[in-house]
Design a protein around this ligand. Structure first.
Ligand code: UT7
Length: 324
């Protein structure tokens, strides 16, 4: 059978790091409030010349280096973002040009914070269908450019960055869920909650880019419920127990969401890769960024069972079970 294997990862952050104390000089907030309510201590903010495409291309280049694969061998680029460089063309095509990949398929996926999960499941399906042999799956964002920097309830929560993985289609023995690769993904959407997390502009409505608006408390409640449900579902479908999981790589929105979700599933906190303290919420970039941190610091190793999960605007949410 054909499975999509993760053969490399990379990530990129803007040069400028912004600690909570710096934000406390701009809006009525404090390091204490931000740390206590979110776990965030720092975020990176894109400067001049740093864009979603440039960060994505840097992350993709590092992922290709880690995989030992040339850009010319990539037949598919799926890039998840809610902050594209331009309304069109797709940022994926810009990345394709920046990294020197020619030909093949390149497009963006818009599922906000769940974007990487949507992109991963899409790329995996296309690889298994034989549409390409190797894919770059990227989550990249510059949320700093859609934040209302006078709204303390949102501007302290987000950061910029990018993460990328290389997926390769390989013929593997049919060992069910014991083998390597992307084993199972589940995606969900519920458009009834648009007004809880959205951007108040767009090309077809206001003709402007707009700013992010969020009713945080309500989003928090939905996030914990939806994430616990989808994690339980992917484990049930694959016949795995929380005990079998080596690492959970969650969307990094709030340390309290990570704790509450892990507790609901009986997963020890030590199995959760946490980067929200240093990166804040980087939307579609947060899962691949955290994954790359876990791989490069030696925690995530070959053979490990990794579960990705995310929830975001739409609402959209999902989870994937992957054996390294
Ligand atoms: O990535 C997509 C998914 N997004 C999320 O998952 C985000 C989910 N939501 C959250 O993470 C949390 O709800 C927040 C971090 C956004 C807010 O935490 P909270 O514990 O739910 O606080 P709250 O909204 O209930 O606000 C508590 C108080 C309020 O003051 P009053 O009304 O009690 O006087 C806020 O005005 O904290 C105030 N507050 C702040 N104070 C200092 C809100 N933001 C700030 C701030 N600094 N930055």
């Amino acid at each position: 059978m054909i499975r999509s294997l993760i053969v490399g990862s990379g990530s990129a952050l803007p040069k400028r790091a912004v600690p909570n104390a710096e934000l406390a000089r701009q809006v009525d907030t404090s390091d204490e409030w931000i740390v206590e309510r979110t776990g965030i201590r720092n975020r990176h903010i894109a400067g001049e010349g740093e864009t979603t495409a440039s960060l994505a291309a840097e992350a993709a280049t590092k992922a290709l280096e880690a995989a030992g694969i040339a850009a010319s061998d990539i037949g598919l680029i799926v890039l998840a973002t809610a902050t594209p460089d331009q309304t069109f063309p797709a940022t994926a095509t810009k990345v394709q040009d920046l990294i020197g990949a020619r030909g093949g398929i390149a497009f963006d996926v818009a599922a906000v914070c769940s974007g990487f999960l949507y992109a991963l499941a899409t790329a995996d399906s296309m690889l298994r269908a034989g549409m390409a042999k190797r894919a770059l799956v990227i989550g990249a964002e510059t949320f700093s450019r859609i934040l209302d920097w006078e709204d303390r309830t949102t501007c302290v929560l987000f950061g910029d960055g990018a993460g990328a993985i290389v997926l390769e289609a390989r013929e593997v023995a049919d060992e069910g869920f014991a083998g390597p690769g992307v084993l199972y993904s589940q995606l969900h959407a519920d458009g009834a909650h648009n007004e809880l997390l959205y951007v108040d502009g767009g090309p077809s409505t206001t003709g402007t880019v707009g700013k992010l608006r969020m009713k945080g408390k309500e989003v928090f409640r939905h996030a914990v419920t939806n994430l616990a449900d989808v994690l339980r579902a992917v484990l049930a479908e694959t016949g795995l127990s929380p005990h079998d999981v080596d690492w959970v790589v969650p969307h990094q929105a709030n340390a309290r969401i990570l704790d509450a979700t892990a507790r609901k599933l009986g997963l020890p906190a030590e199995k959760v890769i946490v980067t929200v303290d240093r990166h804040a919420n980087t939307s579609a970039a947060s899962v691949p960024l955290a994954f790359d941190v876990g791989v490069r610091d030696g925690r995530i190793k070959p053979g490990d069972l990794v579960v990705f999960e995310a929830m975001g605007g739409g609402f959209t949410w999902g989870a994937s079970v992957v054996r390294m």
